[in-house]
Write a protein that binds this ligand. Sequence first.
Ligand code: CU
Length: 153
Amino acid sequence: MSKALNFCWCFLVVLLSLEAHSQSLVIDSGWIRLLPSTLENTSAYMEITNSGDKVIEISRAQSLIAERTEIHRSDYKNGLMSMQHMKSLSIPPQSSISMTPGGMHIMLIGLKSSLEHGQLHEVCLISTVGDRICDNLEVLHPSHKSSLKTRDH
Ligand SMILES: [Cu+2]
């Protein structure tokens, strides 16, 4: 029992020190889109806020549930949607960037196992200076997400 408690404390200390390191970046309202299990890719959405006074450049995303995790932007051209891999994403000081369906998203490529509604999976963002911010995102059916949104606001 006390061993488990010690482990928890260690974990908390590690979490707190990570938090202090990248304090000015916050992830909110994150979720992972639930798609039919036959599909190997899906995307994640979130709101990223930079509350600091310097631009933060995010260079990549990470998740253990996919073979590759990339930051993408959707583009409509001639009525067709395509996706572009963004090499980096700048977040100006005192501002937020929203990743939403049809816009920017985190692409989870090659899911290692099928996702289920309600699961939580960690997704991390890594800045060009090596800061790392992570959040547990809930796997949601897109229609659940829209009902959540109306509940939140
Ligand atoms: Cu994509």
